[in-house]
Design a protein around this ligand. Structure first.
Ligand SMILES: Cc1ncc(C[n+]2csc(CCOP(=O)(O)OP(=O)(O)O)c2C)c(N)n1
Ligand SMILES: [Mg+2]
Length: 799
């Protein structure tokens, strides 16, 4: 029997009707507030610089029902959620409804002190679990956070914190980022659990509508990686229509409709839908009945009733998945970009914004009085008390209560000095020194026990070649399942004894450097995410820091705390050639915020810095640490180093005389060349100094800070580098050398007016041995001496 579509009973939902009604009211509120926040920033707030402020009303609109379903019904306080960057305003509106976001901050969206354009843990506050912005990274990060949650649980850290689910709300175009697939593969290897990715499948990216055939492929990829894949395609109105005579033809028509046509018809509205559908299905009596029974407006509403906009369907689907177990699950929720707004479906709507007139119409449609745009419950048809009671009862509302908010983990004690191998007089590399110290910590004896238990190491398939092997032999590889070392069981000789167990402390990764940094990011956030202190150490070849750079910066942006050990580095890798010889990494270390970068030359300095790293990673005002190491063995001095100077970035091997005309400064494994040159230099210039630079980054940061402090009136502020260089005459020469880009040191001339001659490779490397390459790139002893002579001869003129 024929019935009008509106009277057809849609499929049963588990939600009572009054609850659905409240949810729909709150959805309206989220849609309004997110659009208004962006409108206010662009059209109402004074604009002083003429710059477009921006914001993404369409991206917000497409994900309203998904986020409402998640945050109002499904999410629990212990869940950790990454929100697609362009839905930031929806997220802030949600928190506002929960009573933990202010109007002032929302009114200042994208302005200084306001909520950030994209959710930021550090700047927006603890309600943000994962910062997002560089698309793809926030999604992939949830995989590693899920892995870390298992790690923490299986090690018995933070037993009082209930295990949660890790959830990413992803834009569909995020799935174009390669790092997503790297993470999928790695997640499969580690058998990650309790992970959901909910894809806002609006089939639109920034520029355009995405190709139709793409998603079939992507779904297959997820399944191949052991994920469950659930498509949330049609809403309940459409499902009801499909159940009618002719409904199947209608379903086929929509299924076959190209993404771009569907988007265009959505934008055009009901009359266009009627024309297009009838052109194909006009001869199907049933389909015709369905369509003819509807007004243009109702037909438009029916044809755009996709699953991702039907909150009941979304909730039912997520609930069912939650009950189904802990298998990673990808939800492909069909949506329309800009749903409910005038530019819904238009391919150019990514940065599209409603005009003032459109916004006025939208305000009226939402029942909001002028002047009441920010009122929490304005325009909703329910009593405030009822809405408030609903919000208070949402499980997620407990997230930021005094009990639920901001987990912190106890500090791990670090001994006053780390066990340091007796190396004086021997030829040793900083890389092997690192391996030895870590292996010794790995014994976990006495005061090292606490430290040993909380270190987590990881490496993208360079565990052995970065000297982590001995540590791993002692502490084992982490795996959710115990797996024996087959070689060991068969009594086959191997230096690596790699049994895997839930108690292991090394996470072995495949060769995907972005995954390394995402894992370091997740592990480095473990105190806040899980209440457990983990001291993560990641090793990677220095040049391949570049390969994971965006993920490194992403981890730092969130203030994750970890130790990065990059080794080997530079031309010193001689026979390996230009692709392996890093040149730019010291400059990255200087420019990266929340990362203190060091390059020790000798093992005693390394031991000081390693200890410092374990301390500063845990300090609220500390940072992550990067140690650039080398496989070049060099003779180790017998001396007592000044630990504070090593940490501050430089110490004199040979202090200059007061008023010296020249000093030679070296960094890292070129120390022997600097020493040799210095012996000859000192014969000519007895007052010359020899400076060991352990961190151009710390020197530079300290210098900037001192200058800022002096400008702020703190006249006595003085930085380490200013003190170190003070004995040199004004205008004295400073010849600097490192196995890295010379710009790393060139700025030193600005500190006290020294004439710097900076040496270091500034071109791609090539295969060779150290003598040839150091000569070719001008960092051998002869080149250093030539530079000294040039500097001295030039006198006060330009060297
Ligand atoms: C790494 C990176 N590249 C480019 C951008 C610029 N960008 C921002 S959003 C976007 C497209 C997003 O499309 P989608 O993920 O489908 O989100 P939607 O707005 O459709 O929900 C692009 C290319 C970015 N933020 N990050
Ligand atoms: Mg999209």
């Amino acid at each position: 029997m024929d019935t009008a579509i509106g009277t057809l009973a849609p499929p049963a939902s588990v939600l009572p009707n009054d609850r659905v009604h409240i949810l729909k009211q709150l959805e309206r509120k989220l849609l309004w507030l997110s659009a208004w926040m962006i409108h206010n920033a662009n059209h109402i707030r004074p604009n002083r610089d003429g710059l477009k402020v921006g914001g993404h009303q369409a991206s917000c609109a497409s994900v309203i029902s998904i986020m409402a379903a998640l945050y109002f019904e499904i999410a629990r306080p212990q869940d950790r959620i990454a929100v697609k960057p362009h839905a930031g305003p929806v997220f802030h509106a949600m928190n506002y409804l929960f009573g933990r976001q202010t109007i002032d901050k929302m009114a200042a969206l994208r302005a200084l002190g306001g909520v950030q354009s994209y959710p930021s843990r550090v700047k927006d506050g603890p309600e943000v679990d994962f910062s997002t912005g560089s698309v793809g990274l926030g999604v992939a990060m949830t995989t590693f956070a899920a892995l870390m949650a298992d790690y923490v649980r299986l090690h018995g850290f933070a037993p009082d914190v209930p295990p949660g689910r890790h959830i990413a709300i992803a834009g569909d175009a995020e799935l174009d980022e390669g790092n997503i697939y790297e993470a999928l593969l790695e997640g499969w290897k580690h058998d990650v659990r309790n992970l959901w990715w909910i894809v806002d499948y609006n089939r639109q990216s920034l520029d355009s509508v995405v190709p139709d055939r793409l998603f079939g492929r992507i779904e297959g990829l997820f399944r191949d990686m052991g994920w469950n894949c659930v498509t949330i395609k049609y809403g309940r109105k459409l499902q009801a229509a499909f159940a009618r005579e002719g409904g199947e033809a209608l379903r086929r028509w929509i299924d076959d409709c190209p993404n771009s046509l569907y988007a265009a018809l959505t934008f055009q509205g009901g009359a266009a839908w009627r024309q297009a559908v009838l052109a194909d299905l006009g001869r199907s009596r049933g389909a015709r009945r369905i369509i003819d029974s509807l007004s243009d407006e109702d037909l438009g509403a029916l044809m755009t009733n996709l699953g991702g906009h039907d909150i009941e369907t979304v909730i039912d689907t997520l609930r069912a998945a939650a009950a189904d177990g802990d298998q990673p699950t990808c939800f492909i929720a069909y949506t329309i970009k800009g749903m409910g707004l005038p530019f819904a479906g238009h391919k150019d709507n990514h940065a599209g914004m409603m005009t003032k007139e459109q916004m006025g119409g939208f305000r009226e449609q939402m029942g909001i009085r002028p002047g009441h745009e920010w009122d929490r419950f304005e325009g909703l048809d329910l009593p405030e008390a009822e809405l408030q009671a609903f919000l208070d009862a949402c499980p997620f509302a407990q997230k930021l209560t005094p009990q639920g908010r901001k987990l912190t983990a106890p500090m791990v004690s670090v001994p006053a000095a780390l066990p340091t191998p007796k190396v004086a007089g021997r030829k040793v590399s900083t890389q092997s020194g690192f391996g030895d110290i870590l292996a010794e910590i790995g014994r976990g004896q006495g005061e090292l026990k606490d430290l040993a238990e909380h270190i987590l190491t990881t490496s993208p398939d360079v565990t052995v070649s970065t000297n982590l092997g001995p540590w791993v032999n002692r502490r084992g590889i982490f795996d959710r399942h115990t797996r024996n070392d087959v070689f060991r069981d068969a009594k086959l000789a191997s230096a690596q004894r790699w049994g895997m167990s839930p108690k292991g402390q090394h996470i072995e990764l495949g060769i995907a450097e972005q995954n390394l940094f995402l894992l370091l990011g997740a592990a480095g956030l473990a105190p806040a995410m899980t209440g457990a202190r983990v001291l993560p150490i990641g090793t990677v070849y220095d040049p391949f820091v570049n390969r994971g750079l965006d993920a490194l910066i992403y981890a730092l942006y969130q203030d994750a705390r970890f130790l990065l050990v990059s080794t080997p580095s530079g031309l010193t890798l001689a026979p390996e050639g230009g692709q392996h010889q890093s040149v730019n990494t010291p400059l990255i270390g200087m420019a990266a915020d929340r990362l203190a970068s060091f390059e020790p030359a000798h093992v005693d300095e390394l031991a000081v810095l390693l200890r410092h790293a374990f301390e500063t990673m845990q300090q609220p005002e500390g940072s992550s640490v990067w140690l650039r190491l080398s496989t070049r063995t060099i003779e180790q001095p017998s001396r007592a180093v000044d630990a504070s100077a090593v940490v501050a970035g430089a110490h004199w091997m040979v202090p200059p005389r007061e008023g010296a005309r020249i000093a030679l400064a070296y960094q890292g494994p070129v120390a022997p060349e600097a020493f040799a040159a210095f012996v000859e230099l000192a014969e000519e210039e007895p007052g010359a100094g020899l400076l060991a630079i352990t961190s151009p980054d710390r020197l530079h940061a300290g210098w900037l800070a001192a200058m800022r402090a002096r400008r702020a009136g703190e006249r006595g502020a003085l930085s380490h580098v200013e003190r170190v260089l003070a004995p040199l005459a004004v205008g004295a020469a400073l010849v600097t050398v490192l196995d890295g880009h010379p710009a790393t040191h060139a700025w030193l001339g600005a500190v006290r007016g020294q004439r710097v001659v900076p040496l270091g490779p500034d071109r791609f490397g090539q295969s060779g041995d150290i003598p040839d390459l150091y000569r070719e790139y001008g960092i051998d002893a002869d080149a250093i001496l030539d530079a000294c002579a040039q500097a001295l001869l030039a006198g006060p003129a330009i060297a």
